[in-house]
Design a protein around this ligand. Structure first.
Ligand SMILES: Cc1cc2nc3c(=O)[nH]c(=O)nc-3n(C[C@H](O)[C@H](O)[C@H](O)COP(=O)(O)OP(=O)(O)OC[C@H]3O[C@@H](n4cnc5c(N)ncnc54)[C@H](O)[C@@H]3O)c2cc1C
Length: 463
C-alpha cells in the first residue's frame, strides 16, 4: 500500500493526511469548503510546507494544499503602491514581479520558496526596526469562512480585526488574497564585524537601535565565544555596490563538492562542529570590520548583498558551510530586547554542558539572533507591543527531543513568545501572550469557523 505522507522542510516532520487536494480556482475552493463542512470532515491548509514545527501537518485531515500553478495572480496598484497576491504565489515570484517596478517588500525572511500567505500567517520576519514581521505590511485580506463566504478586511475599515487576521496561523479561515505595502528598492551600507560576547553590551549601545543581526558561535572560545555582527545604514544616494560574483558552472560545481563534503562530515561527526567553530575563534581576532554597499537589485537583502538571488551566484564556501538552512532543524523563539545578553550567556553555558553530558550533543550550528523591533499591527506576532529579538537555534535532524528540552529550558528562564512556524508548539508557549488578545483571537475563530473542522496542528494549544 502506498503511504502518502506530507513532509516539512528537510523531511524532518511528517503527517499522513486522509487525502490531499489543490484547489484550482476560487469557486472550486468555495465548493470544497462547503463539501467538507457538509460531510463533517476535518481539514487544514498547507502552503509550501516549510514550517519547521509542523503546524501544517495533521494526520487524518484533508490537506488543502496551495502548491499548484493556479491561484497565482499578482496585481500592482500604481496609485497606492500596494501589491495584491493570491494564495499560491511564492515570495520569490512576488519579489521578481516587484523588482522591475523598482519596488521591494518592506521585510522578508531569508528563503524564497514559501508561499506569501503561508509565510505571513506564521509571523515570518527578517530584521530591522519597523514593520519587520512581513505581515505588518498587510493592508487588506480576503478570508473565506467555513461556508466559503468571503470577508474582505481592510486596514482602514477593519483595523481591529485585521490585527488578528494578519498572523492567523491558518486557524481563522483560508486566506485567498492579501494586499501588501511595498517600498522603493533601497541600498544599505552593511557594517560587518566579529567580537567576543563580553563586548556585546558596548556594541549594542552603539548599534542597538539600528537594523542589526548576529550569530554567536558557542564553541569558538571556551571562555568568551565570538559573535559575528552586522548592522545596516540606509543610503539616501546611489553608491556603487560591492562587485558581483556571477555564477560560473565550473566554480559552482567545485564549490558544491567541497560544501557537500563538509556538510557530510558535520552530520557524521558531531565534534566537527566544535572544530569548525574553533577555527573561527582562531582567526576572528585578525578580522577587521568591513563595510559593504548593497545592490538595489538584491532580492535576498538579508545576508547577501549582491544583485538578484544568492542561488544565481557562485556559492560562498564559508557562508554555505556555516549556514544551517540546508542541514539543520530550526527552533526559534522571540524574547524581550533587554534579555538578549543574559540569554546568549545562558545558551553559551548550556552548549558547553550539553556536550559534557553527552559527547554526541551539540548545537548544530551558530545561534542566530535578529533584531525585530516591535509590531503594532499583528496581535499574534511574538514582538507585538514588545521590543524583541528573534533567536534561532539549530539541531541535528534527528535531535527533535534535544531541541524540545532546550526550548523548555529557555522558556523556564526567559519570557519567550512563539514563532508560529518554528517554535515547538505546546500549551506553555502561549503563556506570555496578552490574555485579551488570545480571547479576541478565539472569538474570531468562533465567528469564522464555528464547526471547528479547520484544524492546523497547534500541538494541543487551545484558544
Ligand atoms: C529554509 C527556511 C528558511 C526560513 N527562513 C525564515 C526566516 O528567515 N524568517 C522567519 O521568520 N521564518 C523563516 N522560516 C519559516 C517559514 O517562513 C514559515 O514557517 C512559513 O510559514 C512557511 O511558509 P509555507 O508557505 O511553507 O507555509 P506552511 O508551512 O505550508 O504553512 C504554515 C501555516 O500557514 C497556513 N496556511 C498556508 N496557506 C494558507 C492560506 N492560504 N490561508 C490560511 N492559512 C494558510 C497553514 O495552515 C499553516 O498553519 C524559514 C523556513 C525554512 C524552511
Amino acid at each position: 500500500m502506498e503511504i502518502n505522507y506530507l513532509f516539512s522542510w528537510l523531511k524532518i516532520r511528517k503527517s499522513k493526511p486522509e487525502s490531499r487536494t489543490s484547489p484550482r480556482t476560487l469557486t472550486l475552493l468555495q465548493s470544497l469548503l462547503q463539501d467538507l463542512k457538509s460531510k463533517g470532515k476535518p481539514y487544514n491548509f498547507v502552503g509550501s510546507s516549510h514550517s519547521y514545527n509542523g503546524i501544517q501537518l495533521v494526520d487524518d485531515n484533508v490537506a488543502v494544499i496551495f502548491d499548484s500553478n493556479d491561484l497565482k495572480n499578482i496585481a500592482y496598484n500604481y496609485d497606492t503602491q500596494e501589491v495584491t497576491v493570491e494564495a499560491a504565489v511564492t515570495i520569490e515570484e512576488l519579489k521578481r514581479f516587484l523588482q522591475p517596478l523598482g519596488r521591494q517588500l518592506i521585510s522578508s525572511g531569508n528563503f524564497m520558496q514559501q508561499r506569501v500567505v503561508g509565510a505571513l500567517v506564521t509571523g515570518t520576519h527578517g530584521y530591522g526596526v519597523e514593520d519587520v514581521i512581513m505581515a505588518d505590511s498587510i493592508t487588506a485580506v480576503t478570508l473565506l469562512d467555513e461556508d466559503g463566504c468571503p470577508h474582505t478586511l481592510t486596514e482602514q475599515e477593519h483595523g481591529n480585526v485585521l490585527k488578528y487576521v494578519r498572523v492567523s496561523l491558518g486557524y481563522l479561515g483560508v486566506i485567498v488574497s492579501l494586499t501588501l505595502r511595498t517600498k522603493k528598492n533601497e541600498q544599505f551600507e552593511v557594517t560587518q564585524q566579529i567580537f567576543q560576547l563580553s563586548q556585546l553590551p558596548q556594541t549594542l549601545a552603539q548599534y542597538g537601535n539600528k537594523a542589526h543581526a548576529m550569530t554567536m558561535f558557542p564553541y569558538s572560545d571556551k571562555a568568551d565565544p565570538f559573535i559575528g555582527f552586522i548592522s545596516l545604514d540606509k543610503l539616501d544616494q546611489y553608491k556603487e555596490p560591492a562587485p558581483v560574483n556571477r555564477a560560473n558552472a565550473f566554480v559552482t560545481a567545485i564549490s558544491w563538492v567541497i560544501i557537500t563534503f563538509v556538510w557530510k562530515l558535520n552530520a557524521q561527526l558531531p565534534i566537527f562542529q566544535e572544530f569548525l567553530q574553533m577555527l573561527i575563534g582562531r582567526f576572528a581576532p585578525s578580522v577587521e570590520p568591513e563595510v559593504i554597499v548593497t545592490s538595489p537589485d538584491d532580492l535576498d537583502y538579508l545576508y547577501d548583498y549582491h544583485p538578484m538571488l544568492e542561488s544565481e551566484r557562485n556559492p560562498s564556501i564559508p557562508q554555505r558551510i556555516l549556514s544551517s538552512t540546508y542541514t539543520a532543524y530550526n527552533v526559534a523563539v522571540f524574547i524581550p530586547k533587554a534579555d538578549l545578553p543574559d540569554l546568549l550567556l545562558f545558551l553559551f553555558e548550556l552548549a558547553q554542558k550539553m556536550k559534557q553530558a553527552n559527547p554526541q550533543q551539540y548545537f548544530k550550528n551558530s545561534i542566530g539572533v535578529r533584531y525585530v523591533g516591535q509590531s503594532q499591527k499583528c496581535a499574534m506576532a511574538g514582538n507585538y507591543k514588545q521590543d524583541s529579538y528573534a533567536v534561532d537555534l539549530f539541531f541535528s535532524k534527528t535531535d527533535l527531543e534535544l531541541a524540545e528540552q532546550v526550548q523548555d529550558k529557555v522558556a523556564q528562564k526567559f519570557k519567550i513568545r512563539p514563532h508560529w512556524g518554528k517554535t515547538i508548539l505546546k500549551p506553555e508557549v502561549i503563556q506570555n501572550i496578552n490574555l485579551d488578545d488570545l480571547k479576541e483571537f478565539s472569538n474570531l475563530r468562533a465567528k469564522y469557523n464555528p464547526s471547528n473542522l479547520l484544524q492546523p496542528n497547534l500541538g494541543g494549544i487551545k484558544f
